[in-house]
Design a protein around this ligand. Structure first.
Ligand code: NAD
Length: 476
């Protein structure tokens, strides 16, 4: 396959899907059933604001219902269109299958510039959008569960959850109709940071495997690795923060919509983030290292490139000039199918989106389960665990007294050991386990088959096989 003309996002996802199914033994009918998007709903609604009626266009696309509910974020951006929402919904199907969350794939979007409206106006628009979707069961705890995506966050999810509850006053599971909610509206510890945290865990797992690092020409661990991140929003900020604070990586570049900063000595992510929160732009921060041509920094020399903003940023136009030996797709679809081919030929290793940014849906799954069980994780067993640990510690202390100087516990061992895990620790443990297991499944195909040469195809093969099995078991 040679891609000469830049494909659209939906086409790009299809081309990647095609590369994988060409290596699989699916019947043509089943292959087509998995590829197509089941339904896309377009809603147009009016909201009276600033003295006049404004009409908004929103989408909710359901790619596959082999498992329900279907799951996928809601994006607020002016670029939202049917093609984009369908591509993102398809990615959700493959992502959920890869990380074994029991959902089909969906996605939603509202064509809007969220920065053009104040909070009160956004609430009215969001509630009205939610109303349109809820009344068609396109938001429902058992059928269709949205989450945050670009341009939305906890605040919007809380409005959506409340709107659903008002329209279903006797639904005891109402809170499970949407994930990514604030804690006081039924959210879960660790959801806000989850996608960035997942990127960190994915990189840690990659760096555990010598053979995989060698393919990218890298060695050692994350300590000191030079990273450039594009998009300092929810995903990019958390990934950059954790990788620099906890793994010793050096963030040398940050690319935003209106420029970028490159400093080989390393930048301070917290300070840039605080600046952006205050000024709404990266402009004006550290003039010496600032450039208006943010996108140009994608081509700068570094060890790891993290596109965490939007799709199509690495394309036929710049792929040949990308110097990073390792790209981790924190955003959905940042590398087009054409660029993917060029980068593969160059030997660039790409950790694909359907794996790399699956931390969000993984913790959303935990939140949904928490909402359905009506209890926070750890509530039943935490203190019981602590009591059992206490038993062991008491026994060790008895031995300690008996053995005297010959044996003793390190000072903070007792304190650390005696603490039962709280919800945040359990969420992190579940996320880490999920990212490791999914990497293992991809890796087995990547290294185990002669006809699979990259992680993306490996990821698609694993996912499509799981979706196919689910359809087959239903008799399709
Ligand atoms: P966000 O809105 O919080 O942040 C996006 C950031 O990218 C913003 O800072 C924005 O200014 C910046 N940006 C926009 N256009 C840009 C451009 N042309 N160049 C450089 N920067 C640009 O969004 P997010 O939730 O962090 O999502 C980012 C990506 O991650 C999207 O592709 C989304 O689909 C994907 N994703 C998000 C989640 C999640 O949990 N939020 C989960 C999985 C995947």
């Amino acid at each position: 396959m040679t891609v000469r003309k830049e494909p659209g996002f939906r086409e790009s996802v299809n081309l990647m899907f095609n590369r994988a199914v060409a290596l699989m033994d699916l019947s043509p009918g089943l292959e087509e059933k998995i590829r197509v998007c089941n339904a896309t709903y377009i809603v147009r609604f009016g909201v009276r604001l600033r003295g006049k009626m404004h009409t908004f266009t929103g989408y909710r696309s359901v790619h596959s219902e082999h498992m329900e509910p279907v799951k996928g974020g809601i994006r607020y951006a002016t670029s939202v269109n049917q093609n984009e929402v369908e591509a993102l919904a398809a990615l959700m199907t493959y992502k959920c299958a890869l990380v074994e969350t029991p959902f089909g794939g969906a996605k939603g979007g509202l064509c809007i510039d969220p920065r053009a409206w104040d909070e009160h106006e956004l609430e009215r628009i969001t509630r009205r959008f939610a109303y349109e979707l809820v009344k068609r069961d396109l938001i429902h705890p058992a059928q269709n569960v949205p989450a945050p995506d670009m341009g939305t966050g906890e605040r919007e999810m809380a409005w959506i959850a409340d709107q659903y509850a008002r329209m279903h006053t006797t639904d005891i599971n109402a809170r499970a109709c949407v994930t990514g909610k604030p804690l006081d509206s039924g959210g879960i510890f660790g959801r806000v940071e989850a996608t960035g945290r997942g990127v960190q865990y994915a990189l840690r797992e990659f760096f555990r495997h010598e053979e995989d690092k060698r393919k990218a020409g890298l060695s050692g661990d994350l300590d000191g690795k030079r990273i450039i991140v594009q998009g300092l929003g929810n995903v990019g900020y958390h990934a950059a923060k954790f990788l620099s604070e906890e793994d010793g990586a050096r963030i040398i570049g940050v690319i935003e919509r209106d420029g970028g900063i490159l400093d080989p000595e390393g930048v301070n992510i917290e300070r840039i983030h605080a600046w952006m929160q205050k000024h709404g732009t990266i402009k004006g921060y550290a003039d010496t290292h600032f450039t208006e041509d943010g996108a140009g920094l994608l081509e700068a020399e570094c060890d790891i490139l993290i596109p965490a903003a939007l799709e199509g940023v690495i394309n036929l136009g710049n792929a040949r000039r990308i110097r990073a030996p390792l790209i981790i797709e924190a955003a959905n679809g940042p590398v087009t199918a054409g660029a993917d081919e060029i980068l593969r030929q160059k030997g660039t290793v790409i950790i694909p989106d359907l794996y790399a940014n699956a931390g969000g849906v993984t913790v959303s799954y935990f939140e949904w389960v928490k909402n359905l069980s009506h209890m926070r994780f750890g509530r039943l067993q935490r203190r019981q665990e602590e009591a059992r640990y206490r038993l062991l510690i008491d026994e060790l202390e008895r031995l300690d007294r008996y053995l005297g100087d010959a044996w003793s516990m390190t000072p903070d061992f007792k304190q650390k050991y005696l603490r039962g895990a709280d919800e945040l620790e359990l969420v992190r443990s579940g996320l880490d386990d999920t990212m490791r297991a999914a990497y293992g499944a991809m890796r087995e195909v990547w290294h185990g088959r002669d006809d699979v040469h990259d992680l993306r195809v490996a990821a698609y093969v694993v996912s499509i096989e799981r979706v196919a099995r689910s359809y087959r078991s239903k008799g399709l």
